[in-house]
Design a protein around this ligand. Structure first.
Ligand SMILES: Nc1ncnc2c1ncn2[C@@H]1O[C@H](COP(=O)(O)OP(=O)(O)OP(=O)(O)O)[C@@H](O)[C@H]1O
Length: 700
């Protein structure tokens, strides 16, 4: 579809004009013919069936009835006037009612002429009424082309006042008449045949004006497939292009650091999954092509050691490495973990965050430039221009969400040959989202937990059971364990009665008094140094209880902490709950996660609590989260461009997405540059899409 007519400004369409045109632009972002064409209906109403009045049963459903108006009256009541038309099909009667536009309607109604009345039903006593029906003379009704399922278009309050659904249908009919000869397929004929897809022209007509449910389903499939297929092609092409275009360091050498660590200093045997993933990374880094790999693993699956051993590959080839984390606490945790692994090898590991002192920074910058510094760990402070590596060979980016792409590319600019990139995610991402958001990256998954872990037991308690929970906590502390208690808010919300952290702190200090118990507290309003001191007190076992807000959500590693209590758990999203729970279960002891909530829970909250109690599998949890919250919310707004799908839905259309990805991969295996004749049209479409696509900008 690349004819100029489809690029015509929408106001030129017959029936639109400047005023409606402005509204369409403002309210629905429809600027051109082609934008209107892809305004797909929200739903459809079956207008193939005509009801007799004595067949009507349920109210609030939309029905159409054939009959004649035999009498019109105006009824005056305190609340105002209404126009009532008695409508009969020869056997029974019902009432058509108008509260507005009474004069105009009254003048236009014709007595004893056959009409089709369509609308929602109400019932008063035994009488059915239809307020503000869509009323067509039978003769006109028959002439309308549209007789199957009637589309209901997305609208807004403002728009519906000026363009009714009926007018929208007329506009769409007009548009299709004018443009349908221009729709031509970009999907290669072979694929259309393999998947038995409706040709584009049919699909577009059927999506707007479906003859029947079966054709509608085929049209939907075709258009959803096409949308997802094009996105997948763009992502995969991006990956191929990058591999062709962007050189990388070939780290062929397996040297002393890696070997010595593997042979002499491994703190534990690696799991099969860790070994497999390290191999994948090593293969990637051994080739003269930039690595762009996503490392996914559930909480506690052991990503840190994989990250560290990847660093060793670069270091063995005389290149530096860095690890970037989204928060200071997380950067700090990485620093502690990596430092511990690195110390037997005599590596220089440093931490750079917003709170690093000037003198420390100066020293760090110097060592970074001279190459004395091997592994730099930090926050986004690492992206500042002043930070200059001698030779950065690998950048590991720990992300909660896919953000910071521009910043990431800043790292590249620091080198002529860009570093290999390993993106780590703290939260498992549902497969479909991973395929869409990270479809341009190669993916490694650690799908196995270290051995000997006892699954965390998760229990949900209502507030009323508080004493029982406290008794349990005391017993666990008695056994030498440590406990986290997490609160959602720092300051009391005016509107909602949630636990306040400080109040909680006071309460807990009372319920768990010195000298038998000691309590640490960490929250967002403390300085990083204050947080560190408190974390350290807890980590070293000086305190038994850590009270915190979600600052401890990711990255905290205190194996002796075996109880996690989450207060007002209904306030947290699923992935947050799962992350918090992941702070326990890191040692050999049986661990517990206790979800405390108020008595009244929304349905969503119930599902969240049930899911948490049912499973420890982060991937399963992220699927439920995706269903509850939708892709946009799940991944943050930054991705809205990528996820602004016109017809497909990443939750409901997972199967179609997989088919689309499969065929996109297959097609590019045969023809990685889209060079063969039958793919030219497709190539053109993809180029056009990529020009304006947020996907493209977003990834580069
Ligand atoms: N193969 C293994 N065998 C035994 N213990 C392991 C193994 N791999 C990692 N661990 C231990 O498991 C714990 C969790 O590992 P790590 O901190 O790397 O997890 P993670 O994947 O980064 O999770 P999170 O994102 O929750 O921090 C650590 O205490 C680590 O020492």
């Amino acid at each position: 579809m690349q004819n100029n007519l489809l690029d015509t400004p929408i106001e030129y369409l017959k029936g639109v004009g400047p005023n409606r045109g402005t509204l369409l632009k403002k309210e629905l972002g429809i600027f051109k013919y082609k934008d209107l064409l892809s305004l797909y209906p929200n739903r459809y109403i079956d207008r193939t069936r005509y009801y007799k009045i004595n067949e009507l049963i349920s109210t609030n459903s939309e029905v159409q009835v054939i009959g004649k108006i035999v009498h019109i009256k105006i009824v005056e009541q305190k609340r105002g006037k209404r126009l009532v038309a008695i409508f009969t099909d020869g056997v029974s009667e019902m009432e058509l009612v108008w509260f507005q536009g009474i004069k105009w309607v009254q003048e236009s109604l014709k007595l004893n002429e056959p009409y089709v009345a369509f609308g929602k039903l109400n019932q008063y006593g035994k009488t059915f009424t239809m307020p503000h029906p869509e009323l067509d003379l039978w003769e006109e009704h028959q002439q309308q082309i549209q007789k199957g399922l009637q589309p209901i278009y997305p609208s807004t309050e403002k728009l519906s006042q000026r363009i009714s659904n009926k007018s929208m249908i007329k506009l769409m009919q007009q548009l299709i008449i004018e443009t349908h000869t221009l729709f031509s397929d970009s999907i290669p004929p072979k694929l259309i045949e393999t998947l038995n897809l409706l040709p584009l022209q049919h699909a577009l007509i059927q999506i707007h004006f479906p003859k029947n449910a079966e054709l509608l389903a085929r049209a939907e499939f075709r258009l959803k497939f096409e949308e997802l297929f094009y996105i997948q092609l763009q992502l995969l092409l991006k990956n191929i292009n990058r591999k062709n275009r962007i050189k990388g360091h070939a780290f062929e050498k397996v040297g002393n650091y890696f070997t010595s660590f593997y042979e002499n200093h491994l703190p534990f045997p690696l799991t099969g999954a860790q070994k497999r993933v390290i191999k994948e990374i090593r293969n990637d880094m051994g080739r003269p092509v930039q690595m762009n790999r996503l490392l996914q693993g559930d909480v506690g699956s052991g990503k840190t050691i994989v990250a560290f051993m990847s660093c060793l590959i670069a270091l063995d080839n005389n290149y530096q490495t860095c690890i970037v984390a989204p928060t200071e606490i997380l950067a700090n945790q990485h620093y502690i973990g990596i430092q511990e692994l690195a110390s037997p090898l005599g590596l220089e590991v440093r931490l750079l965050t917003g709170s690093t002192k000037a003198a420390e920074r100066r020293d760090l910058h110097k060592k970074l430039e001279s190459g004395e510094l091997h592994i730099l760990i930090g926050t986004h402070a690492l992206f500042e221009d002043k930070v200059k590596f001698k030779n950065l060979g690998l950048a590991i980016i720990d992300e909660q969400h896919r953000f910071g792409v521009e910043q990431r590319s800043k790292l590249w600019k620091k080198n002529i040959i860009p570093p290999h990139i390993l993106v780590m995610t703290a939260t498992p991402i549902p497969r479909t989202l991973a395929m869409s958001l990270y479809g341009d990256l190669d993916i490694s998954i650690i799908d196995e937990l270290p051995p000997g872990r006892k699954p965390i037991q998760t229990l949900h308690f209502f507030e009323g059971k508080r004493l029982r929970v406290w008794k349990f906590v005391k017993d666990e502390i008695q056994k030498g364990r440590q406990v986290y208690i997490v609160y959602p808010l720092i300051q009391e919300s005016e509107t909602l009665d949630y636990k306040n952290l400080m109040e909680g702190y006071e309460g807990i200090s009372r319920d768990f008094p010195l000298p038998d118990y000691s309590v640490s507290i960490v929250h967002g309003q403390m300085t990083p140094a204050e947080k560190d001191i408190e974390m350290e007190r807890f980590a070293s076992g000086k305190t038994n209880i850590m009270i915190a807000t979600t600052v401890i959500e990711v990255g905290v590693n205190v194996p002796n902490a075996s109880v996690m209590i989450i207060e007002s758990a209904e306030r947290f999203g699923l992935s947050q709950l799962h992350q918090l729970r992941g702070r326990v279960g890191r040692g050999a002891e049986q661990s517990y996660c206790i979800l405390m909530t108020g008595e009244k829970l929304s349905n969503d909250s119930k599902v969240r609590m049930e899911t948490m109690c049912r499973t420890n599998d982060g991937f399963e949890i992220s699927e439920v989260d995706l269903k509850l919250r939708g892709p946009g919310n799940l991944m943050g707004t930054q991705q809205s461009g990528v996820l602004a799908l016109r017809i497909a839905d990443l939750v409901k259309d997972q199967e179609i997405l997989q088919i689309a990805r499969h065929h996109a991969i297959q097609l590019l295996q045969e023809d990685p540059r889209l060079e063969i004749e039958q793919h030219q049209k497709l190539k053109q479409t993809i180029i056009e899409l990529s020009k304006k696509s947020t996907i493209w900008n977003y990834i580069s």
